[in-house]
Every structure is written in C-alpha cells, then in structure tokens.
Design a protein around this ligand. Structure first.
Ligand code: PLP
Length: 302
C-alpha cells in the first residue's frame, strides 16, 4: 500500500457539513488497487497467504452473480498462481454480467448452486460434498468473512485514523466491522450501516465477536434503517444522491454499500446525531466494479 502516492484521504466539502461543523474524511480504500478494492484486499490477504502456505492449489468460494467478493477472489487467486472456483447463488446469467465475465477471464470456474443448496452451503455435509467433487480446496465463506478476514480487517485503521472520533463502515456479513471493533481505540465510536434489511445483523455481529473472542474497547452502534428496501434494492433518491456526491465531491460510490452508508451518515448529521466538531472517518470499502452490472440491470446511469 503506497499511501503517499495516492490521494488516500479525502475531506468532503458539503454545505451541510460546514453548517453543522462536522468533518467527514473518506479513507479511499477504493484506490488501493485497480481491481482488488477496499475491504476485499484486507479480507483476502491472510486467506490467500494461508492457502499458499498450507499447500492448496485451489480456492473455492460462494457469492451472488454481482458479488464483489467473487470478483476480488478470482483476481487475487490468479495473481497468486492459485486456481479458483466460484459457486454462484441460483442461476449464472448468460451472457455473463461484467462481474462474472471478469471472474471467468481470470480463470475462475463458475458453477451455479441452486438456492436451496446455497442456504446450507456452510454445513459440514455440503462442505464435505464439495471437497469430494472439487478435490482439496481452500474454502472461503460467502462475503469472505472468516477469522483470517477479520484479522486482515484489523489492519484497515492506521495510527492516525485512531485520532478520529467516529469510524463509519458499511456492513454486509459484518467481518469488516468486527475487525474495526477489534482495532479501534477506546475513545472512538465505530458506526456500522447495514446493507441488509432486518435487525438480525445485531445477533450476527454478537456471534462474530464471541467466536473471535473480540472484546471491543471502543463504543459501537449499527444503523439498520438505510437499506432502501434490502440488499441490492434502491430508490431514486439513493441514485440521485450518489450522482450528486460524484459531481460535487468527485467521490465515486456504489449503490449497495458505500452509497447507502454515506446517505445514512448525512441523514444522521442533518438530524444532529453528532455534536459540533465531530471528526468522522468514512471507510470507502470499494465495490465499484459492481456499478457496471447494476447499470445494465436497472438501466441506471451511475
Ligand atoms: C463494497 C463492500 N462494502 C462493504 C461490504 C461489507 O463487508 P462485510 O461483509 O465484511 O460486512 C462488502 C461485502 O463484503 C462490499 O463488497
């Protein structure tokens, strides 16, 4: 990571922020690598290393047809001389969408996984069947969240980031959030914005913290009201917001995670959720590759 070469931190200049005297600085993890962006870099780092050290030649993982994780795993595996297998939830669209087309071009073998099987994909029986079918494979769960992904996510915050009052991050499976909770400093608050509908994420996070024996010293909270109808769902105001931020601040966001997070954060700021002078670090978790498929699918022009 050559931070000094990149415009890595971007301070947002928006009238509302001036009016409320809130500083929002974006940590542009989307600029880490042209293809393996954002939290994916951190979540895969130790997994790829472990696969190689343990002598595996193949990585197997799971995801939806637009998955950033599938995309990043295909590229990361290829770059590290590993083969990759992607089990895709439901149908594989033909022609392939940009996400899957990139993955296949990197050598990933794609297989559809019926939705009923997909739900049970982490059960010991299914994992055993997968090993019988595909041989010795290093298996990474959906979304990439496991102990090594959380270990990698602990490395997101640099010492200077720990001077910020609030760290904001989107939540899917919660692995990145858990890593931030394990590494944020005592006087910080880590704020998660769930991309999925429902309060179940609180339980998921509690389980992750328990399993990984993480006892956060920072305070934390999760917002579950900025999902715009659920995972992958959106409303015209979200699209308009993302476009406006790109035009006014030059900050690219995608509509599944980072767009919803900043929308939610601005809403909280508007409603005086933070006191004057609060310094907020927004973690840009990447995912910009997904915009192409989103535009194709929903006829949007992000
Ligand atoms: C761009 C982006 N941001 C955030 C997340 C959420 O990360 P996590 O699953 O670790 O909560 C994901 C999904 O993994 C993602 O692709």
């Amino acid at each position: 990571m050559k931070k000094h070469l990149l415009p890595f931190y971007q301070t947002l200049q928006l009238p509302l922020l001036g009016e409320k005297q809130i500083q929002v600085v974006v940590k542009r993890l989307d600029l880490l690598h042209p293809l393996i962006q954002g939290n994916k870099h951190y979540k895969l780092l130790h997994n790829i290393r472990a696969a190689k050290e343990r002598g595996y030649a193949k990585i197997l993982t799971f995801g939806g047809a637009f998955s950033n994780h599938i995309h990043a795993t295909a590229i990361s595996a290829a770059q590290n001389g590993l083969q990759s297998i992607g089990l895709i939830r439901g149908e594989i669209p033909r022609p392939l969408n940009p996400t899957l087309s990139d993955a296949e071009n990197q050598g990933m073998q794609l297989y559809p996984m019926p939705r009923t099987d997909y739900r049970g994909k982490q059960s010991p029986l299914v994992l055993e069947q997968l090993r019988l079918k595909f041989g010795e494979v290093y298996i990474i769960p959906e979304g990439g969240t496991n102990a090594l992904a959380i270990k990698g996510s602990r490395e997101i915050l640099d010492p200077e980031d720990k001077l910020m009052d609030v760290v904001a991050v989107p939540i899917g499976t919660g692995g990145t959030f858990a890593g931030l909770l394990a590494s944020a400093s005592t006087n910080q608050q880590v704020l998660g914005f769930s991309a999925l509908k429902g309060a179940f994420i609180h339980q998921e996070i509690s389980k992750l913290l328990e399993d990984q024996q993480i006892n956060p010293s920072c305070s934390w909270d999760i917002h579950t009201t900025y999902h715009f109808g659920g995972y992958g769902k959106f409303k015209p105001e979200l699209i308009a917001f993302i476009k406006e931020i790109k035009e006014t601040c030059g900050l690219p966001l995608e509509p599944l995670y980072t767009g919803k997070m900043l929308y939610g954060l601005m809403d909280l700021i508007r409603n005086d959720a933070f006191h004057k002078g609060t310094r907020i670090l927004l973690i840009h978790t990447g995912g910009l590759q997904g915009i192409r498929g989103f535009n194709q699918r929903f006829k949007t022009d992000l």
